[in-house]
Design a protein around this ligand. Structure first.
Ligand code: PLP
Length: 447
């Protein structure tokens, strides 16, 4: 190249980037999920700003962190021709979050008719919603079916009653593969003593019901637990699902549930999604070839999509030195974040008011009238009264598990999107505490 052509080449390449010329390439010519727009990852300062604007306690969610996880999962399974991600609404059910998930391409996994209604309210078509209840009434399942939502049944008796009454409605079957998996007993749901799913040993009975009712089984599903680290557990369970699926001739999808473990602190272990994607895709595609039909591979992650996208901001009411411990007492409790008490979850806690401060040991506790310890003997940058503490991984199962215990209000929620914070739920007020109460007038009652 002459110096002149070299210069022209450099100018051409530079202008390509400046004017985003690559953006106009057809999608197939671009690397998948490469967004050539500004990235808007949340910064530390944004959290401080949000706590100043809206006060605390408050939940903050980063829409772009959810998007990154969604893309990570779809990329990991890019070798599967038909992939379906149904976001588990129970993890975080704010309407704006449901809309965002649908905007990204996800359907919804629901467990109650109210979650279905929230999904519909958010604009998600019924065909993109799956209903996976446990222990609900037959009438609730029938009501959801009339909305056009995919039904998933995990109980023999319900299967028989539903199939007899509605033989033309397609139904998915949730199996129990008898696998002990999950980070905690409360979230291990695929073992032999679990109330979930139809035992794989009851398949002959299932097949009899299907034959007698002529019902249409269009999917097979399992979910063995949450916080599963070992990908061999997923792969082993997948083989059980394949064995079950072979017994049904008209399937459209196989649903592998969820349970991916996410990291809770720097250096923490997580499910290796990329390796799982590579290995499971090969097995799934081979199964489809054998089955003679290209099926949809479905997942229904909650935690994986929203856990790390969430922050819970609280303010320190007081730093209390006792004979043995230094307590940092925050303006919240297990009424807002119950995971540490329920599952022993260790949420990372950061002092965002003094991030560079010298680290000291604290027990971080709430204001509830019972012991509500968020963290014991935790190293945190020096805390003073009024500082804002940020709890990480507060996207999944935090707001949705919040309550009014001690007659406290549930906090506001903010969604960070395109470099701006948006209030997506107002904090409750006294009116919310009393609005459904019917107050008796004792004065009028004669004793
Ligand atoms: C049936 C089912 N699907 C999906 C999920 C979501 O699991 P996770 O949040 O671990 O992704 C759950 C969690 O309880 C579940 O019970």
């Amino acid at each position: 190249m002459t110096p002149l052509t070299q210069n022209l080449f450099v100018i051409f390449i530079t202008s390509c980037f400046i004017f985003n010329i690559f953006y106009f390439l057809p999608l197939t010519a671009r690397p998948k999920n490469l967004h050539l727009r500004k990235t808007y990852a949340m910064q530390h300062q944004d959290l401080v700003q949000i706590s100043e604007t809206h006060g605390s306690p408050i939940y903050v969610y980063d829409a772009h962190a959810m998007e990154a996880q969604y893309n990570r999962l779809t990329n990991a399974f890019s070798a599967v021709p038909q992939l379906r991600i149904n976001y588990a609404v129970k993890a975080l059910s704010n309407l704006s979050v449901l809309k965002w998930m649908h905007h990204l391409g996800a359907g919804l996994d629901t467990v109650s008719i109210q979650e279905v209604q929230l999904g519909l309210e958010a604009g998600v078509p019924p065909k993109e919603i799956i209903f996976t209840p446990n222990g609900v009434s037959l009438s609730e399942i029938e009501e959801v079916a009339t909305l056009g939502v995919q039904i998933n049944i995990d109980n023999l008796s319900v299967l028989e009653q539903f199939g007899t009454a509605h033989p033309t409605v397609p139904v998915c079957i949730r199996i129990n593969p008898h696998i002990m998996a999950g980070g905690n007993a409360n979230i291990s749901v695929g073992h032999i003593d679990s109330k979930f799913g139809i035992s794989i040993h009851q398949m002959p009975h299932v097949l009899r019901i299907v034959e007698n009712t002529s019902m249409n089984i269009n999917g097979v599903h399992m979910h063995t637990g949450s916080d599963i680290l070992d990908i061999d557990v997923f792969l082993h369970a997948a083989e059980i699902l394949f064995d079950t699926a072979r017994q049904f001739k008209d399937l459209e999808f196989l649903d592998f549930g969820s349970g991916f473990k996410v990291p809770y602190k720097p250096g923490d272990n997580e499910t290796n999604i990329e390796e799982l994607g590579e290995k499971l895709s090969v097995r799934f595609n081979a199964f489809c070839a054998d089955y003679g039909k290209e099926l949809v591979l479905a997942f229904e992650p909650g935690k994986f999509l929203v856990s790390q996208a969430g922050y819970f901001l609280t303010s320190v009411n007081s730093v209390k030195q006792t004979t043995s411990t230094v307590f940092a007492q925050v303006n919240s409790g297990f009424n807002h974040l119950i995971r540490p008490m329920l599952y022993g979850a260790q949420h990372r806690i950061e002092n965002i008011s003094n991030p560079e401060g010298r680290e000291r040991f604290y027990s971080v506790v709430g204001y509830i009238c019972e012991t509500d310890t968020f963290a014991n003997n935790r190293k945190i940058a020096e805390i003073s009264d009024g500082d804002v503490l940020c709890f990480h991984n507060a996207g999944a199962y935090c707001f949705t598990m919040a309550s009014n215990y001690n007659s406290r209000y549930r906090p506001a929620e903010v969604l960070w999107h395109n470099g701006e914070s948006h209030l997506i739920r107002q904090a409750e007020s006294f009116d919310d505490l009393v609005k459904n109460q019917v107050v008796m007038a004792f004065d009028a009652v004669e004793v």
